[in-house]
Write a protein that binds this ligand. Structure first.
Ligand SMILES: Nc1nc2c(ncn2[C@@H]2O[C@H](COP(=O)(O)OP(=O)(O)OP(=O)(O)O)[C@@H](O)[C@H]2O)c(=O)[nH]1
Ligand SMILES: [Mg+2]
Ligand SMILES: [Zn+2]
Length: 293
């Protein structure tokens, strides 16, 4: 009789070794040769059957999602973090990230961190509900220094696999440390990062939370290309557009210059925010530019 295989999850991968975690701990494993023949590469996030005797991954269970950046599978939700200030939020970049998340079928949590730096000049947090209410995304304002809304954020992560994404210096690692100090993630001052041109967070790894669930901290980035997105599916990644009642005159309306467009009508009547529509038009333009070459 062969050994009974254990079920676990790949939490880290380094140079051909995979670190598989189950309720007893973490074991360093090699992948069986058959995966290579099948053209299958194990990913961080994979649920696997593994042999504790041989330290080998024997089977990869079907993936519910597969992210390329960061390369992680079976992710449930994207926690998209921006700062109220320092650095100022870039709404087009933010909306692009929501498009990627929606396209991958992930739930979206929008976190606006550093509310301690918010003032009257920054109208953003006051307008958040107006802009993002119609999307159905969860929205949270936080401060990792004072702990404001950290309990709420922790509750949203419990029993899920969540990827933290957002520009460098917005406080992703700081928030995770506030949620669970034991994670002890490196954080750094924004000014130092700009000077060194370096990120504080480097590789992707699943970190288990005491409350159940896993998080992935990712290095920040400042731009994002949506290369293989088709213009006719872009609006399906804007849930607030999809939820609008009625129809556009044309079935294949791209909501740009077409007459009788329900999306542009909703912007005119204030049912849809200009910020969201502006992002849509901007992303559409980028998709079309990239096709020309
Ligand atoms: N004022 C204020 N500063 C914060 C807050 N959260 C984080 N910071 C500061 O912002 C800086 C960047 O924080 P990090 O947690 O390293 O940011 P990050 O998003 O992980 O950055 P990368 O790893 O480079 O992507 C640090 O100096 C933190 O102390 C906050 O709520 N308020
Ligand atoms: Mg970080
Ligand atoms: Zn339209």
């Amino acid at each position: 009789m062969g050994e009974k295989l254990s079920e676990g999850r790949i939490v880290k991968g380094i140079a051909g070794f995979y670190y598989v975690q189950d309720h007893t701990g973490i074991l360093e494993c090699k992948a069986r040769g058959k995966f290579k023949k099948m053209g299958l590469v194990p990913m961080v996030g994979d649920r696997v059957l593994f042999s504790k005797q041989n330290g080998s991954i024997e089977d990869i269970l079907p993936r519910t999602s597969e992210l390329l950046r960061p390369p992680v599978s079976n992710v449930d939700q994207a926690v998209i973090v921006f700062a109220v200030r320092f650095p100022d939020p870039n709404m087009v970049l933010l909306d692009k990230m929501t498009v990627l998340a929606v396209k991958e079928g992930l739930d979206v949590v929008l976190v606006f961190n550093k509310v301690d730096l918010d003032d009257e000049a920054s109208q953003l947090t006051m307008n958040l509900e107006e802009i993002y209410g119609p999307t159905g995304f969860k929205i949270l304002t936080t401060c990792s220094l004072t702990g404001y809304h950290i309990d709420e954020l922790r509750a949203m992560l419990s029993d899920k696999v969540s990827v933290f994404a957002g520009p460098s210096g917005v406080g992703k690692s700081s928030l995770l440390n506030a949620i669970e100090p034991g994670l002890a993630l490196k954080t750094g001052a924004v000014s130092e990062k700009i000077q060194r041109g370096k990120h504080t967070t480097r590789h992707s790894e699943l970190l288990e939370l005491e409350t159940g669930g896993f998080v992935v901290d990712t290095p920040g980035f400042t731009s994002l290309e949506l290369r293989d997105l088709e213009d006719d599916i872009l609006s399906s990644c804007f849930p607030d557009f999809e939820h609008l009642p009625g129809n556009c005159r044309f079935d294949d309306c791209l909501h740009l210059e077409e007459p009788d467009c329900r999306v542009r009508e909703a912007v005119r009547t204030g049912k849809l925010s200009e910020s969201r529509y502006n992002s849509y038009a901007h992303i559409m333009n980028e998709i079309r530019q990239s096709r020309r070459y």
